[in-house]
Design a protein around this ligand. Structure first.
Ligand code: ARG
Length: 591
């Protein structure tokens, strides 16, 4: 493992040093460096600084330029000049680009460093509800959460996954009571059941018990008493409850499997997992005065949380009937994650519609001292998935769309796309099927990850599996093309040649490749996987331009040029593959 200093970091350092030397009284200053169309980089920190110190920005910039050696062999900066009101335009030496990339290529991690001060993050994601269908909201949590797990782990963070499934609540009274009265309804006759069968069993039971519950007062009463048994920990009742949870897990795992996601049983700690802590949580909150009794319920109040009538809306941690709800469970989970799992950061990948809940829960935990300056909690809140009409995604009948149906459709569409080109590429039937899955699931994940999580997005399969534009298919084809070129190159192997002069498209591709580490660090620190997706799309676009302008394999090229271009192509492939893997998307070798 060797972390590589990026060109941006080297340039930043040199300009900052020259700036400090020119203006020692200013102390440590930021030259505000960024990529630019005019030159490779532009620094405009001189403007604000000169203004602050009442100097002339162009003069200051000229002094900085004078302090930076350029053009000598081995120098990173080839040219630096003052422009406009006092910007610096900076051009990188071709040699430095290829040398830096060669260092990246020599490292299995592409020179991406581990983050300073990595800690432990608990990520709460992929949390469907027992005995209920999974819908697109669960898709978002799973996809965004899994990407954050990978991205953070890649930066060296210790990540603990928690799937806070909805496995507790009064609805189980009705289900269990029904099962007691119809004991064979969940029996598995022929051994193993598929995920689909499991869900259809649960659906059937849910509907039947609901019908009884609504029509039969006596059943309703028996169901209510069953809730009391469940909460009291009655063994027979718990055993039946567990059957519902297990049946649901068969279904969840089948969907996660289809999503090509690795969900481990040990990480599934649902709401019920915190039952033993609820009483203590409430006791601590009451004793410390964080929560107070109000109309018989235990509540926490906030100055800035009021209902439409202007009255404060409290977070209820214990209801007046003695029952504990969603908030008590989440508060107990915070205690567990901080005190037992040793978390420094808690990340909740949950629908934005639950933002008020988390705001109140986090604030309560802060007042109780469970969260503080060192240990913080963040909701990575995501927006709603919309239909093509721009309204929340529903079936024509107005029902929520089943996630599995969407995934199956995405796979079907993608398989058709793959099949169209299959003959030309010479794919076997098995490869067509495998690639269809990788492309279809990749399309769904990428569509979700390529827009900022907080925004709503339209679930539009036509757009998602399109070969052109900002789609995973485009990226996957870029990767497959890279692999095909490397195969065609035969015995000519990729090799870096820093002595060569680069074409503009090679420089642009090279400079972009060098930014990978910074983009990963940024996506990790700000919990924004879409920044990585945007980077990968730009990478593929740079590659396309490079192909248009630079022949890779050609008898007209000197062998060094071919090797150096293959080197760029290969590193682009590895960067694409690594980046896509962080997003949970496969990159087939042949497509
Ligand atoms: N099961 C919940 C739902 O489907 C999401 C759980 C979110 N996590 C949490 N710790 N509350 O809406």
């Amino acid at each position: 493992m060797a972390s590589v200093t990026s060109l941006a970091a080297s340039v930043h350092q040199r300009v900052a040093d020259a700036l400090s030397a020119a203006l020692p009284e200013a102390g440590a200053v930021d030259p505000l460096l960024r990529r630019s169309d005019r030159a490779d980089f532009q620094a405009n920190g001189m403007l604000a600084l000169a203004k602050k110190l009442k100097g002339n920005p162009r003069e200051l910039a000229a002094q900085v330029v004078a302090g930076i050696p350029t053009g000598e062999s081995g120098a990173v900066i080839k040219e630096i000049e003052v422009s406009g009101p006092g910007f610096l335009n900076i051009t990188i030496a071709d040699e430095a680009i290829i040398k830096t990339l060669a260092e990246r290529a020599a490292d299995a991690r592409l020179g991406v460093p581990y983050a300073d001060g990595a800690g432990t993050t608990v990520i709460d994601y992929a949390q469907p509800n027992v005995a209920k269908e999974m819908h697109v909201g669960h898709l978002r949590s799973a996809v965004i959460g899994a990407a954050m797990v990978e991205i953070l782990e890649f930066t060296g963070e210790k990540v603990v996954r928690r799937h806070h499934i909805g496995d507790w609540g009064t609805q189980f009274g009705m289900l269990i009571q029904y099962l007691i009265e119809h004991p064979h309804e969940l029996d598995h006759k022929g051994g193993e059941v598929s995920g689909e069968e499991a869900m259809s069993n649960l659906n059937r039971l849910y509907k039947a018990s609901r019908a009884h519950f609504d029509a039969d007062e006596e059943f309703k009463e028996r169901a209510r008493l069953r809730v009391v048994d469940l909460q009291a920990g009655d063994e027979e009742t718990l055993a039946l409850w567990r059957r519902f949870v297990d049946e649901s897990k068969i279904y969840f795992y089948s969907v996660f499997d289809k999503l090509d996601m690795d969900i481990r049983d040990a990480d599934v700690v649902g709401e019920s997992g915190y039952n033993d802590m609820l009483e203590e949580t409430c006791r601590i909150l009451e004793e410390t005065g964080v929560a107070v009794r109000s109309d018989g319920a235990l509540c926490v109040f906030f100055d800035d949380v009021k209902g439409p009538d202007g009255n404060p809306v409290p977070l209820i941690v214990k209801k007046s009937n003695g029952g504990y709800g969603y908030a008590a469970t989440d508060l107990s989970a915070i205690r567990d994650r901080v005190q037992n799992l040793g978390a420094d950061s808690l990340l909740y990948v949950v629908d934005a519609r639950q933002s008020l809940h988390f705001k109140m829960v986090f604030e309560t935990a802060r007042r109780a001292g469970w969260l503080n300056d060192k240990t913080h909690a963040v909701q990575l809140a995501f927006g709603t998935v919309l239909g093509k009409d721009g309204k929340p995604f529903k079936t024509r009948e107005g029902e929520t769309v089943r996630l599995v149906d969407l995934l199956d459709e995405a796979i079907d569409r993608a398989t058709a796309v793959v099949r169209e080109k299959a003959e030309k590429v010479g794919l076997t039937e098995q490869e067509i099927v495998e690639n269809g899955r990788s492309v279809g699931i990749g399309a769904v994940k990428y569509a979700d990850l390529s827009t900022s999580a907080s925004r709503d997005y339209k679930f539009d399969l036509d757009q998602m599996v399109s070969l052109n534009g900002d789609t995973s298919v485009y990226l996957q084809y870029a990767y497959a093309r890279i692999r095909s070129i490397l195969r065609k190159a035969g015995d000519t192997k990729p090799a870096a040649h820093p002595e060569l002069e680069l074409a503009p498209a090679e420089r642009a591709l090279g400079l972009h490749l060098d930014q990978f580490a910074e983009v990963v660090a940024e996506a990790a620190a700000s919990y924004e996987p879409h920044k990585l997706a945007a980077y990968l799309y730009q990478l593929a676009s740079h590659l396309t331009t490079f192909y248009d302008q630079c022949q890779v394999i050609s008898a007209d090229n000197p062998v060094e040029v071919v090797e150096n271009r293959l080197f760029l192509v290969d590193l682009t492939g590895r960067t694409l593959h690594q980046g896509m893997a962080l997003l949970g998307i496969r990159t087939p070798e042949r497509l």
